[in-house]
Each structure stands twice: as structure tokens, then as C-alpha cells.
Write a protein that binds this ligand. Structure first.
Ligand code: ATP
Ligand code: MG
Length: 541
């Protein structure tokens, strides 16, 4: 077995070595109130990854204790996203599967004198909770008898009371320095239809109380969660110890993944979708897994990024550029090369007749990728930006009287720039150097610039889409996101592409030479080339 690669694995190994556990069981616990995002990929990496490493199992646990926000649509999307990431879960479990048992445990707490029904409103509870420096005040209902508590709790369950009229609280310690231990609410009244249990219940357990019970009932050994739950661990442990769970699951917290220029809170993402700022949850600019998939980012690259970012105990913000670099590395090694011209400038090779096929390198980073045939001809398109009438010194692209190589084909010399009515360059007239064919160049001409091109006779029209980040700057603490929305996060160009791209498989990723990594997709009759990640870390103008 490999060495522990982070502090969680170290704890797991100690627990195994000291005989506290035999098999590892974890759970991935999404709340089905939205789509998964790249932060959840990190949680999956930790939950599924730790179980996999130690030959254990990971459950998919839907935390559905909050009926008003949860939907079956989200459950289905979450399942699809986990599968896409390449993980498989052992059991699919819902908190609502355990509602009966969770209820029974609450009665048990009442019988033990460890829980009481409180008539305070949510506002009164908040107002008497104290602060970080001051203790809270005990509720006047705290010392109700066991019999009265049991009767009232059963009446709550039977629907006798309105939302917020009563609640069940654990009886712990109103002067605890940990606010979470100040008689926390463990059941609330909520007359809401649940996406799985319908109208069976009008009381619902609170997350902090239900979660340790659900973990225990699933046989979870290590309950891995993000740092904001660290202060909740004493309550997690209180529930387990008070109810006598053995073996008691162990909660371990790790740092959330935060990325610059991205917001991951589901609440905010939902707002973007609802306000129409993006095309939907799977818009290629969204940090949702559905968005990243639609963008063309391979699941393997996301996992690789999670592994490289590491599992730590300290919150930090990760540069979005780092994520992009990992994606770029992956695509550089895997994506076939192709050519498309974003802003086409016609080129005529005045001394070229006929047509021939040249050998185009598929991916020079792979040893055996080989070549494919591309038709060369008299009429071509190159990138308008690859020609200059007024070139700066050391300009390697095309200029009047200058030479450049057309990728995998010939060196050409530019003889004339044909101008239109407004002085704009309409066409370049060039001479091709017949002895300069790539792989067999005897011309002796040095051409430093290598330009991508397409054959004007065979090329196809394409819509090329480039993206910027949804948010304008990297800082995000305490700012209102709506003021930081990038109003120009999508750019569309009418491009000319090799016919090879039109024939390629839907969804395939390519490196468009000198342009970036793009995904092929078809919308109606339009060939769309949608940017996955730019070639270099320079941003679009
Ligand atoms: P959000 O705040 O985006 O709504 P959440 O924490 O409410 O996220 P859950 O569905 O409750 O989302 O999360 C499921 C699991 O994913 C939890 O274990 C949670 O801690 C983890 N998780 C959520 N966001 C991140 C993140 N940015 N980095 C790492 N783990 C995360
Ligand atoms: Mg949550």
C-alpha cells in the first residue's frame, strides 16, 4: 500500500493499526438542492478516494432533511455527475430513509432527560443563545417533566401545532463556550411536502442531530466534511456518545476548495440561472460539474487537479489559472490537433496548380499518434492577425516580401496585399516555394513563423465561442456578486474550419493550432467550436 498522502489517510491508518476499525466506510453527502460544482468534486475525491485507497466502500448519502428546497430533478443530476466523475457508490441512502429511527432516538433522548420541548419562537431562541463571549439563558421550558415532553413531542408529530410554535431541543449546556452546544434545536415543525416521504411528516430533524445518526446507521467509520463543521463536531460527538453508538463514527474536517473568479455557493449559482445571466446550470461558464462537462473539461483532469491541490486543514483560495493549467496539460497530451481560422484572410498561391495531400501531425506529444491527410490547394485562409502591413522589428509572421511556413506544408512568400475600397487588406497574393515541403525541405530558406491555415475550397463555416470568467476579479470576500458580473463573458466568431472537424465525433476535444482547446458540438446545422481552455495563460482581449 502506498504511503498516506494526506492527514485524513494518516488518521485512517492509525485507526486501522490500532484496531479501532476494520473496513473503511465513508459517504458523500450532497443536499439535493442544486447541482454539484467543482467544490463537490473535491469532496468526492476525498470521500470516494479515501474509501477506494483502503479497499473500503463509500455510500451516496442524500441529506434530505430540508424538504422545502429539495427536488428529485437534483437527485437525478447528482447521480449523473458522480458517475461522470468515474466514481461508483455502494449504497444509495437518504436521510429520509431513517426518519422513523431518528424520531425514535429523539424519544429516547426525552426519556433520558436529555431533550425537551421548547415553546420559544425561532427569534426567541436566537435572542437567548448568548454570544461568543457571553453565555446563553436557559429556556423556561427546560425543566418540563419527561411525561410532558413526550406528550408534547408526540403532539408535534401528530400535527397539532403550527410551524415554529414549538421545537425539540437537546438539553446540553447554555453556558458552553461552543454555541452549538447551547441546547441546540434538534427537531422543528414544518408543514411541508417532502420529495420522498410526501406528507407523512410535519416535523423534521435538524442536520446536526440527524447526520451522526445516519452515519452510525450506515456503518460509516469516517465522516469527512468541510471545515465549517469543525465547531459542530462536539455536537456530533454528543449525539453519538449520549445515544451509545458503538463503534462511533469519527468526523474529520478538511478545507473547502475555493477558486478565484468563481463562486460555488449553490444559492448564487441558482440566482445566475434564474436571472438568465447564463444559459442554464450546464452553461460552459458555470463551475457546476454539468457546466464543466459541457465545456469539454475531462473528468480525469478534474480529478488530477483535486489530487494536485491536495487535502489540507487550512482554507485557502486556489488560482483559477492553476486549474486551467492542469486541464491544459491533460488536453495537450490527449487532444488531437486540428486547424481553424478565427478571422479569415484569403490567400492565393499564384504559382500553385492542382491539389495534393499533406501529412498533418495528429499530436506531437504522443509517440505513435501519426499523421492524417489534409488537402492543400491554391486558395487558402490564414488568420488576419498573422499578416502585417506595418510589422514591428523581428516580425516572424507574414509581411510584404517576407516568408513564413504554412503548418506541415510549404513556405510561402507574400508578394502583394490586395486592398479593398476602405484600404483594408482583402487578399494576399503569395508564391509557394515548391522545394520547401515539410519533411523534405531543400529550399534553404529560413522561415521562423509557422502559420495555421485552412483550404478555402474544402473548409466549412464554424461558430467559434470563447469565454471569460463570470466574475471580474479575484477577490471575493464580502462583495456583492451581482456588481462583479463580467458583462462580456462570451465572444462569438465566424470561423473557417477543416472539414475534419465537421466529421469528428460530437463532444470531442481538439487543440486548434495556435488558438486553444475546443470542443466540437453541432447546434442545428451549425458547427460550433466551443472553447475549453485557452492555449496560454493570456486572457482574451
Ligand atoms: P454550497 O455551499 O455550495 O451549497 P454545500 O456545502 O451546502 O455547498 P452540500 O450538498 O451540503 O453542499 O455538500 C456535499 C458535500 O460537499 C459536503 O461534504 C460539503 O462539505 C462538500 N463541499 C461543498 N462545497 C465544497 C467545496 N467548495 N470544497 C470541498 N467540499 C465541498
Ligand atoms: Mg450543505
Amino acid at each position: 500500500m502506498s504511503e498516506p498522502s494526506n492527514f485524513i489517510e494518516q488518521i485512517v491508518e492509525e485507526d486501522k493499526a490500532e484496531g479501532r476499525i476494520s473496513a473503511v466506510r465513508t459517504r458523500f453527502p450532497p443536499e439535493p438542492n442544486g447541482y454539484l460544482h467543482i467544490g463537490h468534486a473535491k469532496a468526492m475525491f476525498v470521500d470516494f478516494g479515501t474509501a477506494e485507497k483502503y479497499g473500503g466502500k463509500c455510500n451516496l448519502f442524500f441529506d434530505d432533511t430540508n424538504p422545502s428546497k429539495e427536488k428529485t430533478e437534483f437527485v437525478d443530476a447528482i447521480r449523473a455527475d458522480i458517475r461522470w466523475m468515474g466514481y461508483s457508490w455502494d449504497k444509495e441512502v437518504y436521510a429520509s430513509d431513517f426518519f422513523d429511527t431518528i424520531y425514535d432516538y429523539a424519544e429516547k433522548l426525552i426519556l433520558m432527560g436529555k431533550a425537551f420541548v421548547c415553546d420559544y419562537s425561532p427569534e426567541e431562541i436566537k435572542a437567548t443563545r448568548g454570544t461568543l463571549t457571553e453565555p446563553g439563558q436557559e429556556s423556561p421550558y427546560r425543566n418540563r417533566s419527561v411525561e410532558e415532553n413526550l406528550r408534547l413531542f408526540r403532539e408535534m408529530k401528530a400535527g397539532k401545532y403550527q410551524d415554529g410554535e414549538k421545537c425539540l431541543r437537546a438539553k446540553i449546556d447554555m453556558s458552553s463556550p461552543n454555541v452549538n452546544l447551547r441546547d441546540p434545536v434538534i427537531y422543528r415543525i414544518l408543514h411541508a411536502t417532502h420529495h420522498r416521504t410526501g406528507d407523512k411528516w410535519c416535523i423534521y430533524p435538524m442536520y446536526d442531530y440527524a447526520h451522526p445518526i445516519c452515519d452510525f446507521l450506515q456503518g460509516v467509520t469516517h465522516s469527512l466534511c468541510t471545515l465549517e463543521f469543525e465547531d459542530h463536531r462536539p455536537l456530533y460527538d454528543w449525539v453519538g456518545v449520549t445515544l451509545g453508538f458503538s463503534p462511533k463514527p469519527r468526523q474529520i474536517e478538511f478545507a473547502r476548495l475555493n477558486l478565484t473568479n468563481l463562486v460555488m455557493s449553490k444559492r448564487y449559482l441558482k440566482k445566475l440561472v434564474e436571472e438568465g445571466s447564463v444559459r442554464g446550470w450546464d452553461d460552459p461558464r458555470m463551475p457546476t460539474l454539468a457546466g464543466l462537462r459541457n465545456r469539454g473539461i475531462p473528468a480525469e483532469a478534474i480529478k488530477d487537479f483535486c489530487a494536485r491541490a491536495g487535502v489540507t486543514k487550512a482554507n485557502a483560495e486556489c488560482e483559477i489559472g492553476y486549474f486551467e493549467a492542469v486541464v491544459r496539460d491533460y488536453l495537450n497530451a490527449h487532444a488531437p490537433r486540428a486547424m481553424a481560422v478565427v478571422d479569415p484572410l484569403p490567400v492565393v498561391l499564384t504559382n500553385y496548380e492542382g491539389e495534393e495531400e499533406i501529412d498533418f501531425e495528429i499530436n506531437q506529444t504522443q509517440e505513435n499518434a501519426g499523421t492524417r491527410k489534409v488537402k492543400f490547394g491554391k486558395k487558402l485562409f490564414i488568420e488576419r492577425a498573422d499578416f502585417s502591413l506595418d510589422p514591428p522589428p523581428k516580425y516572424h509572421r507574414l509581411k510584404l516580401g517576407g516568408y513564413a511556413r504554412l503548418k506541415n506544408a510549404y513556405i510561402v512568400r507574400c508578394d502583394e496585399a490586395v486592398r479593398g475600397e476602405n484600404g483594408e487588406v482583402k487578399e494576399l497574393r503569395c508564391t509557394y516555394i515548391s522545394e520547401s515541403r515539410s519533411g523534405n525541405d531543400t529550399s534553404g530558406i529560413k522561415a521562423k513563423g509557422v502559420l495555421h491555415w485552412v483550404n478555402a475550397e474544402t473548409c466549412v463555416d464554424a461558430e467559434l465561442r470563447q469565454y471569460e470568467h463570470l466574475l471580474l476579479d479575484a477577490e471575493y470576500a464580502g462583495q456583492d456578486f451581482s456588481e462583479r458580473m463580467n458583462p462580456h463573458s462570451e465572444h462569438i466568431f465566424a470561423a473557417k474550419a477543416e472539414p475534419y472537424l465537421a466529421q469528428a465525433e460530437e463532444g470531442e476535444a481538439f487543440q486548434l493550432m495556435r488558438t486553444g482547446y475546443y470542443k466540437k458540438c453541432t447546434e442545428g446545422n451549425t458547427l460550433v467550436l466551443s472553447e475549453i481552455v485557452s492555449l496560454k495563460d493570456n486572457f482574451h482581449p
